[in-house]
Design a protein around this ligand. Structure first.
Ligand SMILES: [Zn+2]
Length: 133
């Protein structure tokens, strides 16, 4: 079964984030390693554009995550988490993020992209002598 077919079956040919049925494409959730359906999503052009281009993000579009974040598919949970993070200046998305529980492996994946990492911040505390503690 081809990747796209596998994803169409899993998603019932709907965008796995917003349930749109038009202009669906395969999206590899970075960082992906083995090319399996587990690391891919079927998403619509609208979701795809806003994932790739932060300036195009329309916060209200992502209210769809209210439903899709409960997907049993880890790749969907990862993208839901990442988008909610990006939108975390919206009150509703912070509330959803609080409710979104990822298991350890999925959480590590969600945080694995450099963008999310740099946001989470690799904070080092330096005392007055300049030594890191
Ligand atoms: Zn979509």
């Amino acid at each position: 079964m081809s990747l796209k077919k596998a994803l169409q079956t899993r998603s019932e040919s709907k965008c796995e984030l917003c349930a749109a049925t038009e202009s669906l494409a395969v999206y590899a959730v970075p960082p992906s390693s083995n090319g399996s359906a587990d690391e891919h999503l079927l998403i619509c052009a609208t979701c795809c554009e806003q994932i790739e281009n932060q300036e195009k993000i329309a916060a209200n579009h992502w209210r769809c995550l209210n439903d899709s974040m409960w997907s049993p598919v880890p790749a969907v949970q990862v993208m839901a988490w990442r988008m909610l993070k990006r939108l975390s200046n919206e009150g509703w998305s912070r509330d959803l993020l609080d409710m979104l529980y990822l298991d350890e492996k999925t959480q590590a994946w969600a945080e694995a992209t450099s963008e999310e990492k740099s946001r989470a911040g690799d904070v080092k505390h330096i005392d007055s002598n300049g030594s890191v503690y």
